[in-house]
Design a protein around this ligand. Structure first.
Ligand code: 6R9
Length: 568
């Protein structure tokens, strides 16, 4: 029997107090995610249970019990406090999927500081705009990435300390740098945990929009109420599970469901810090007897492409439940997974802003391949008519996916950008920025985004950020960035570029520009193709009409451009 038992029963009279009670929380109490995910689990008698099984490059393996996680997060918290980090200060985690990333996250929260995880493949410019926005006080990083921090350090007077977790003494430390080894220092048995309350800020995750700089999505400690119960009912985690969330904690799935969800339930999870290959992923599942696997469509499509033979070479019989998030999961991938793993990947939908799963397929509920499923109990979801912002009355109409505000993990604002935050609400609904239709059985079917943001392999890339970075290249006079179709990643970045006088369009220049973006922003944001153009389509007011270029890439009707001109 699954944890949710019956979806139909759970949606009746649902109340988040179910989760509060299970977590032993009452309104007004202290609620600290760091404590909940380690100390509380130890208090419940699970101190010696494995919390994290970690595998890195070269097959190195490390294991941590819940007591280890408790002690080591205490140690990190205490170290940060001694450096002068106080509650409310932003501490960035700029790390590969090291154990320090998972445990450091809790350490930061334990002292009431705000965790700001950033994807370790970010280049110096992506890093800089996000640190600048948060005025980050300390950065926890590693040798491999510290050069990117050094490059921009002069422009960041607010950064007081850079903590290097794998310092080997070979090269001297520089200004503001300090070494810290979680596994070598004396563990701190007792740490005074910051008495955070429900609305105390916990995490800042950065997400991309169509215009402007990335937005810092502000979450609070109370979010654990949503994350705990969605993990329990959607991912169906149980006492003896070995759980694997393939997401990187640089992104929201990796924190909400790669740290907070499983550990608030006291579940053993594993993490693999190596690149992707079908063989190594299956080997990992086989070796650790993974039972619940939470992944993403791009990975599933890559596995599908690797073929059925490699699946058969491994014993994957431990797998009991599979779930997916981040981008549209095509029906084909659902059917394939059912064929080769004996169970389908069950799709669910949510966003950095929602903080927890909003629409999902549940264990025991009929899966309609290609559908995202139904709203989580307690979540009021609809699709709004884009003209009136009223819910469509009949089923099957395409509208804006929207939610009634008030679930525990909802973003509280965008950091330093209350104005943009306010634009996300219309007629009392939170507007997600995605489009879908609801069928007559109440299942949601994803249609597309309602903006120009590119979703490449489950990662959101802002065309604005790429265009701004392109302008910094000496050869580029103007550019427009759109998504182009891709078999595995669904979408990849494509740039239309108008060159400055004196520059010749050539494949060499294309490579140079691509590399320039890869280093500045990230491999994800790097255009996979650059098309040289003499001019770009523009509105009368001079704004670039990305939609025309987008339609061409996707072989869609361009429509009436005279209306588009005013629209933009
Ligand atoms: C958790 C996460 C959010 C955006 C979201 C939507 C897309 C997420 C999806 C999906 C189709 C699904 N998205 N889940 N599209 N089907 N099941 O991914 O957060 O990085 O903020 O991305 O991803 O466009 O708005 P985030």
């Amino acid at each position: 029997m699954s944890n949710i038992k019956s979806y139909a029963e759970r949606i009746k009279n649902f109340d988040w107090s179910i989760s509060e009670k299970e977590l032993g929380y009452k309104e007004g109490d202290v609620i600290n995610i760091g404590w909940y995910c380690s100390d509380r689990i130890c208090k419940m008698g699970k101190a010696d249970k494995l919390a994290l099984i970690w595998e890195g490059l070269g097959g190195i393996e490390k294991k941590y019990t819940f007591n280890d996680v408790r002690l080591k997060s205490n140690t990190i918290g205490s170290f940060l406090r001694d450096l002068g980090i106080k509650n409310g200060d932003r501490v960035c985690l700029f790390l590969d999927k090291f154990p320090e990333l998972y445990i450091g996250f809790l350490g930061i929260l334990k002292i009431g500081a705000i965790a700001q995880p950033l994807f370790s493949a970010f280049g110096d410019e992506s890093l800089h705009v996000r640190l600048d926005n948060a005025e980050t006080k300390a950065i926890i990083t590693q040798k491999r990435h510290v050069s990117k921090v050094r490059k921009i350090l002069d422009q960041m007077p607010y950064v007081k300390q850079i903590i290097i977790v794998d310092y080997d003494g070979r090269k001297p430390l520089r200004e503001r740098e300090i070494a810290f080894s979680m596994d070598e220092v004396e563990p701190v048995e007792n740490l005074e945990i910051f008495p955070s309350k429900a609305e105390t800020t916990s995490v800042l995750h950065y997400t991309s929009g169509t215009t402007g700089q990335p937005k810092g999505v502000k979450h609070v400690h109370y979010s654990i109420i949503s994350q705990y119960l969605t993990t329990k009912w959607v991912l169906d985690l149980r006492e003896d599970d070995i759980y694997w969330c393939t997401a990187d904690p640089g992104w929201v799935t990796g924190t909400s469901y790669g740290i907070i969800g499983p550990w608030s339930l006291g579940i053993t999870q594993c993490a693999l810090d190596t690149g992707f290959s079908a063989g190594s992923w299956y080997k990992f599942i086989e070796k650790h007897r993974v039972t619940v696997w939470y992944s993403a469509p791009t990975a599933i499509r890559s596995l599908m492409r690797a073929g059925d033979e490699v699946v058969k070479q491994h014993n994957l019989s431990s797998l009991r439940h599979l779930a997916s998030v981040g981008e549209p999961l095509n029906a084909e991938a659902v059917i394939w997974s059912e064929k080769v793993f004996g169970k389908p990947f069950q799709d669910n939908y949510w966003q950095t802003e929602t903080g927890s799963i909003m629409i999902s397929n549940y264990p025991g509920m009929k899966v309609k391949p290609g559908s995202m499923g139904k709203p989580f109990p307690g979540i009021t979801a609809t699709v709004l008519n884009p003209k009136t912002y009223e819910p469509w009355e009949e089923s099957g109409k395409i509208g804006l996916i929207s939610f009634k505000p008030g679930w525990p993990a909802m973003l509280r604002t965008y950091w330093g950008n209350e104005e943009t935050f306010k634009t996300k609400f219309k007629n009392g609904w939170y507007i997600s920025g995605d489009r879908a239709r609801i069928d007559k059985d109440g299942y949601f079917w994803f249609v597309g985004r309602d903006d120009d943001v590119i979703n490449t392999g489950g990662h959101l890339v802002s065309p604005f950020e790429v265009e701004s970075a392109l302008l910094e290249h000496e050869a580029v006079a103007e550019s427009a960035v759109v998504a182009k179709p891709d078999e595995i990643n669904m979408e990849v970045v494509k740039a239309f570029v108008h060159l400055n006088p004196g520059y010749e369009a050539s494949p060499e220049l294309e490579l140079k520009i691509m590399n320039f973006i890869r280093k500045k922003l990230s491999p994800l944001a790097m255009p996979q193709e650059i098309e040289y153009v003499d001019s770009l389509p523009k509105t009368r007011s001079g704004k670039i009409m990305r939609r025309i270029l987008h339609a061409k890439e996707w072989g869609e009707e361009i429509g009436d451009t005279s209306t588009l001109e005013d629209d933009e």
